[in-house]
Design a protein around this ligand. Structure first.
Ligand code: PHE
Length: 451
């Protein structure tokens, strides 16, 4: 481990920063929509089972790889085994693809927050408002620049003074704000039927697709298979108990996703008179339907502002983790200073984000396989690269490195009670499940617009 590598001060700092990465846009709009679509309570159940098995094992593996080697993805894999360094390279590509378009969406969220606090809530509920906003040229670019700049600023301050500090403030606040809105929303007329719809298991909707959808969501939501958890693990002190940290991150991530459903599904039900179609999918729900829902609520301007603030926190802590992962790679590999690395990543992401930002306006005529730029980047990273990286990681850990090497690392800070589960999942269960996800997401992904 390099001598002056910075680190999180303690367990809480690490857990909140990792949870900050995990809790993001995926928890807030995607999870509620999927849960509602795939049978409510039954989806929740499947998701939780997968989280404590598959998600648990993969997250342990990544954090342990990071802590064991003290390096970010590329260096980590090649220092464990020279021949397998390519997995690190592949993992490193993912945040480079995601950060630019994630920041474009982060910019949209920032704009909506600004609109709500400046009293423009009802304007944003008007028909066509969102489309005309993202279709314009300079405004979305400006918000994108602001969001990316804020991300770079936090990363510039480093692991302890930037990332840990921001996560320690934003993550607890995020929980409080989410609880506040969920309770407020559940008190609205007609909301309880939404709660029932969200939570009641509908066994007739259970199928293999339910499991696949839950699995796809799990990887994305836990920020695995893109080197993030390896990087964060490399900043973790050896005396911290890894297993319980992973449990806490999972509880955080799943808890916020669950609560997001409790705020969004009942709100939309109360507004639409129980029409589940109003839940829609993708940006439409967050940027088109919800402003209308807020407009119809008593105190909706305030609730809307609070909502977009919490989405902003969630998105910012996630984009910070993406940028930190790339910055730490540049520091490790090219020996750049943090400052230079931040500048390079900021400028590079700005360039790469341009087509995503302009893809709904001036560049909307250009599509790849029917997808806009933003959807195409999302598809390549989430549906193709991430499952491949996850699969290679399992094969590497299970059969080349051998699980024992990571189990020893896990046990440095305390007992690892689920080592048998860890081994079985990494060697057998996860690879099979990931191959299934890969096939299914590539098959249907090309026809479906996701974000
Ligand atoms: N885990 C984040 C979410 O649930 C998404 C994310 C993906 C964040 C990749 C960072 C990197 O929204």
């Amino acid at each position: 481990m390099s001598e002056n590598r910075s680190s999180f001060t303690g367990k809480i700092g690490f857990v909140l920063a990792a949870a900050g990465s995990a809790v993001g846009l995926g928890n807030i709009w995607r999870f509620p929509y999927l849960a509602a679509k795939y049978g409510g309570g039954i989806f929740l159940l499947v998701y939780v089972i997968l989280a404590v098995t598959l998600g648990f094992a993969l997250m342990c593996a990544e954090i342990a790889i990071g802590r064991k080697t003290g390096k970010s993805a590329i260096g980590a894999f090649s220092s464990l085994n020279k021949k397998y360094g390519f997995i690190g390279w592949l993992a490193a590509v993912v945040p480079v693809i995601i950060l630019p378009y994630y920041s474009v969406i982060g910019g949209w969220v920032t704009k909506y927050f600004a609109v709500f606090i400046s009293g423009g809530a009802s304007a944003s509920a008007a028909e066509g408002y969102f489309e005309s906003f993202i279709g314009s040229t300079f405004e979305p670019l400006g918000w994108f620049l602001l969001f990316l700049g804020l991300t770079a600023l936090v990363v510039l301050f480093g692991v302890e003074k930037g990332i840990e500090k921001v996560s320690k403030v934003m993550m607890p606040l995020l929980v409080v704000l989410t609880l506040f809105i969920a309770i407020y929303v559940m008190c609205m007329p007609g909301a309880l039927s939404g709660v029932a719809y969200y939570l009641t298991p509908d066994f007739s909707k259970f199928s293999a697709t339910t499991v696949l959808a839950a699995m796809g969501q799990l990887f994305y939501s836990m920020s695995i298979a893109m080197g993030i958890m390896i990087t964060y693990g490399s900043y973790m002190k050896k005396d911290i108990r890894l297993e319980s940290s992973v449990h806490q991150i999972e509880i955080f991530d799943t808890g916020i996703a669950f609560l997001a459903g409790l705020m969004i599904v009942p709100a939309v039900f109360s507004f639409s008179g129980g029409d589940e179609a109003a839940l829609g999918k993708g940006p439409g729900l967050m940027f088109v339907t919800l402003p209308k829902v807020f407009e119809s609520m008593p105190g909706g301007t305030i609730i809307g502002a609070v909502f977009f603030l919490l989405v902003f926190f969630a998105a910012l802590t996630s984009s910070i983790s993406l940028m930190e992962t790339i910055v730490s790679l540049l520091q490790d590999k090219l020996g750049l200073s943090r400052r230079k690395a931040c500048l390079v990543v900021f400028a590079g992401s700005l360039l790469l984000g341009l087509p995503s930002s302009l893809g709904f306006g001036v560049l909307s005529n250009i599509t790849v396989a029917g997808l806009t730029f933003l959807d195409m980047f999302d598809f390549i990273s989430n549906s193709v690269l991430m499952p491949i990286v996850a699969l290679l990681t399992c094969i590497f850990v299970g059969y080349v490195l051998k699980p024992k090497a990571l189990i020893d690392e896990m046990e440095i800070g305390g007992k690892f009670s689920s080592k048998r589960l860890f081994t079985v999942v990494i060697k057998y269960i996860a690879p099979i499940c990931i191959v299934l996800i890969l096939i299914s997401s590539v098959l249907d992904g090309l026809g479906i617009v996701k974000i």
